[in-house]
Design a protein around this ligand. Structure first.
Ligand code: MG
Length: 241
């Protein structure tokens, strides 16, 4: 009997516009302009090139090693460097949130996300999010709240905060513990086989691949083409177990 469904976030619940879930191109530019204004308004001394030199470039170097490290790159040392050189006292969350905002504001849930979560919840399933993200989870959680998804979700696990990233099964295990559910009673739904399905298999849960273009990976237990197919799948699994 399936009692819980764990979801990957990007490409499954909401569209992230790019594979990294980061402000890029014009959203990156707008975010940087906002960040410069904020710092200058607080009396900080910083040129546009300093943002890259002190913050983004050194962070990116660590970020590129996330696969070998098995965890996300920490923004803290780079924010500390920026703060010291610019002579400002702004919090990490304020600085990152300012850069992220123009990007975060345009992210939206897919058309069938709210209805699917509501229906699964109505059927008594416990729902969780297990997501690899390069920035603090609070930034993404705010989007899930704004899009009306968070109210159906009981437990949130973001790799930046949890210290592990899929394909490690660690975040799935944390989610199962939080929900007090055994692996046999849970589904992991994701759009990337090399991370979502691999993590699900390692955690011993039933895996569901939302079929999208990906880099390949382990074979899922089930494949769906639309998120809305989940309700029928859960019913079928519930009936056969
Ligand atoms: Mg995804």
């Amino acid at each position: 009997m399936i009692r819980a469904v764990l979801f990957d976030m990007g490409g499954v619940l909401i569209g992230l516009e790019n594979a990294r879930g980061l402000p890029e191109s014009r959203f990156d530019w707008r975010g940087r302009q906002a960040l410069l204004s904020l710092i200058r308004n607080r009396g900080g001394r910083v040129r546009e090139a300093d943002l890259d030199r002190l913050l983004f470039a050194p962070w990116r170097e660590e970020y590129d090693k996330r696969y070998e490290h098995g965890h996300e790159a920490d923004w803290k040392p780079h924010l500390t460097r920026l703060r010291r050189r610019a002579g400002i006292r702004l919090h990490d969350a304020t600085l990152l949130g300012t850069w992220f905002r123009p990007y975060g504001e345009m992210l939206t849930a897919f058309d069938d996300t709210v209805d699917t979560l509501r229906e699964l919840h109505r059927r008594g399933l416990r729902l969780g999010v297990v997501s690899n993200v390069p920035m603090p989870g609070a930034l993404y959680r705010k989007i899930l709240e704004r899009e009306g998804l968070a109210e159906w979700i009981e437990t949130f696990h973001f790799s930046y905060d949890d210290g592990h990233r899929k394909p490690s099964p660690a975040m799935i295990r944390y989610a199962l513990t939080a929900l007090d559910i055994t692996p046999e009673a849970a589904l992991m739904v994701g759009d990337r086989r090399e991370s979502d399905i691999a993590a699900g298999r390692a955690a011993g849960v039933t895996t569901v691949w939302l079929r999208r273009e990906d880099a390949g990976g382990p074979r899922p237990d089930h494949t769906i083409d639309e998120l809305s197919e989940l309700t029928a799948l859960v019913e079928r699994l519930g009936a056969t177990r």
